[in-house]
Design a protein around this ligand. Structure first.
Ligand SMILES: O=c1ccn([C@@H]2O[C@H](COP(=O)(O)OP(=O)(O)O[C@H]3O[C@H](CO)[C@@H](O)[C@H](O)[C@H]3O)[C@@H](O)[C@H]2O)c(=O)[nH]1
Length: 468
């Protein structure tokens, strides 16, 4: 039987790249006729990811084509892909000319949706790989719909409690948890354009699962009302063995050894994703809160790039410069401050009792997988919306903040942080029980007979049918 070739185009950020590559491997593992070519884009601004990309193993069924790096310093994640389209087209032409397999389609990261144009030129369908929640996909599509069809002015929702009834959310969504990009003209235009492109795809794979987001998935299931292509829950897809871009270094081993010495569920873990960082005043408030709670803590504390500069946060050279005087001595043995964290290994350690998180979707899936409750502290992108979903819609998290925005001048007080952490670390509270239940569901979803497993088989059948 003829082989079936898929082209994958992930976005370069770790929150997108790792799960997309995992999704590729998942498809390979489920059907022996599929082989995959992945186009990888290495951003020179993120050395960790560049190293991770270099370490990706190829096989006769998955190979990586490195796209020529462009000057990425000022690129927006929403528009960067445009300039790669000609390279992708050229490479796919070569690929199809020299291959005995049939091109069955493109699988495009949500921010790479414009590559649908290239797939169209080859006459094959595109699928979107959506790396966040089904509810946020529903929100995005709905906002695009009311903007285009009903000419709704979105600025009325900016930083407000004005609520929007969104069919994929149970509760109406307050403006203050909308992704702020919806209020910035230069970002709104590509966001809306992406939403329109999603509708052109043959299917949308979502890194989530039915038991977690039944309301949103059920809505999508009634395609007449939602006018979207089929939406496939295929998650949770996690970079578990990866610790995705951690390197098993001595530092990582030391962290795990420190955790081994702590009592079960006694440590609060703080980590804010690939782009998280705080101004110094805020760092001090967090430190004071941690000291006051008396809980043991493991804190991934990273430094924002200097004002006006883009790029990922970096490790502090001298922590004492940024922390309150004497903090490191007073908390010696009680807490540990680290840079980039081996996050999944940490969340999987029995000593972790709670997770203060920026609510990136991968972090949410990882914490649910390990049954660790979250206290929400979103920063940017759709994280405020995710925090709202976790606290209000699903009852799976407690709130420190739901509407914090990274670039705002707002400082969250030590008192509020302390209150949130205490609530998070309470034993046997309702949220913790619900998280443990959801953990079991998340482990079942991709196992044999599980909801995502079933949905993945439907998707694969659809892909295979493309070449029959
Ligand atoms: O110190 C760290 C920080 C992060 N991670 C890992 O990096 C990934 C981070 O992903 P995520 O939690 O989703 O956060 P972001 O990197 O911020 O992800 C981007 O992509 C997500 C998926 O679309 C969105 O939900 C976010 O808003 C967006 O910022 C996770 O696997 C973490 O385990 C580490 O291992 N160590």
């Amino acid at each position: 039987m003829k082989k079936v070739e898929l082209v994958f185009v992930p976005s370069p950020g770790v929150g997108h790249l790792a799960s997309t590559l995992k999704a590729a491997n998942l498809l390979l593992g489920r059907h022996e006729r599929i082989s995959i070519t992945v186009f990888v884009i290495k951003l020179s601004s993120d050395l960790k990811i560049a190293k991770y990309i270099d370490s990706l193993p190829t096989s006769d069924r998955i190979r990586f084509i490195h796209l020529r790096p462009n000057d990425d310093s000022n690129d927006s994640p929403l528009t960067f892909i445009e300039k790669y389209k000609p390279h992708i087209k050229e490479a796919v032409s070569k690929l199809t000319a020299n291959s005995d397999s049939s091109l069955a389609g493109f699988v495009l990261d949500m921010f790479c949706a414009p590559v649908i144009d290239v797939a169209n030129e080859f006459g094959v369908p595109s699928y979107i790989f959506y790396t966040s929640s089904a509810a946020s996909l529903g929100f995005w599509l709905y906002v695009q719909f009311i903007h285009d069809e009903q000419h709704v002015d979105l600025t009325q929702f900016k930083d407000s409690n004005t609520e929007l009834v969104v069919p994929t959310s149970v509760n109406s969504v307050p403006g203050r948890v909308f992704p702020s990009s919806f209020f910035e003209k230069e970002r709104l235009v590509p966001l809306l354009a992406h939403g329109r492109r999603f509708r052109e795809s043959k299917g949308i794979m979502v890194n989530s699962f039915m038991e977690l987001e039944s309301h949103a998935f059920n809505y999508f299931g009634h395609s007449e009302s939602s006018k979207t292509p089929p939406v496939y829950p295929v998650g949770p897809i996690l970079g578990l063995e990866g610790d995705v871009v951690s390197d098993g270094s001595i530092g990582d081993k030391e962290i795990m050894k420190w955790l081994d010495d702590q009592a079960p569920e006694s440590v609060v873990f703080l980590c804010f994703g690939s782009g998280g960082g705080f101004p110094e005043d805020q760092v001090k408030e967090i430190a004071c809160a941690l000291e006051h709670t008396g809980y043991r803590f493991l804190w991934s504390l990273r430094q924002l790039p200097p004002k006006g500069k883009m790029g990922p946060p970096s490790d502090y050279e001298d922590l004492a410069q940024v922390l309150p005087t004497g903090f490191l001595d007073r908390t010696d043995g009680i807490g540990k401050i680290i840079g980039w964290a081996p996050q999944t290994a940490i969340l999987g350690h029995p000593a972790i009792g709670g997770f203060v998180s920026h609510c990136g979707w991968n972090s949410i899936l990882e914490s649910l997988w390990f049954g660790v409750p979250i206290a929400t502290w979103p920063m940017y992108a759709e994280q405020q919306f995710n925090a709202f979903a976790m606290v209000i819609e699903l009852g799976l998290a407690v709130e420190i903040k739901m509407d914090y925005k990274k670039d705002s001048e707002i400082i969250v007080s030590a008192k509020d942080i302390e209150k949130g952490i205490k609530c998070l670390m309470e034993h046997d509270n309702e949220v913790r029980m619900k998280v443990k239940e959801m953990s079991e569901n998340s482990r079942k979803a991709l196992s044999d007979g599980g909801s995502s497993s079933f949905s993945l088989d439907r998707l694969i059948q659809d892909i295979i049918n493309n070449v029959i």
